[in-house]
Design a protein around this ligand. Sequence first.
Ligand code: F6R
Length: 242
Amino acid sequence: MKIIRAKDYQDMSRKAANIISAQVIMKPDCVLGLATGGTPVGTYAQLVDWYNKGDLDFSEVTTVNLDEYRGLPKEHPQSYWYFMNENLFSKVNIDPAKTNLPDGTNLDTAAECARYNGIIHKLGGIDLQLLGIGPNGHIGFNEPGEAFELETHCIDLAPTTIEANKRFFDGNENLVPKQAYTMGIKTIMQARKVLVVANGKAKAQAVKDAVTGPVTPACPGSILQLHPDCILVADEEALSLL
Ligand code: F6R
């Protein structure tokens, strides 16, 4: 794993956006795997800024997102579809027909997972997968203990993830959905390039475990040590235990 040190959140965001920009410029019809959450917000803002300056063209890009809460409709302000629309899709010239997320309203788990896996397979896999990392080491919503060999599946959110994400639901954990559809680790590991972003002290232990700990389902991010082209862009605080 290649580690790129950033001074702070803004520096992390610019460095990550540079790597994504390079991918889009080198292969305009690339497949980008995208993440939601707090960490990549600055990265998307930087990409939007460069798009507005005429430096980036998303017209041929296809996207597949990592995950979506099961049960939330697209229009819910905390759905990942809504997040992507707010932070990126509505602000650049991406073709909405080329953006893909699991459908949280399809409660037929087997059918929805098969549909989403089918999309990723038909696209021929992912050129660059952007990831955040949870304080418990999760990637996507692959929580500690998840099998490494899964593709898209439905998971029960870990209590620590519900706790970490309640900030997006008025601080009320009862409002946080308890399940999500997530791309599996097998799919993430098949991406041709993986870019992990991490910032802040709350991620320091997870980053340490993912980068230097044993490769174990107890820390899902640790599998990335075995990826042939994985880059971690993290700020000083997130790297403080290394
Ligand atoms: C988001 C996702 C999650 C987040 C992780 C970190 O699509 O799959 O794995 O990347 O929970 O979230 P933040 O960035 O909010 O700390």
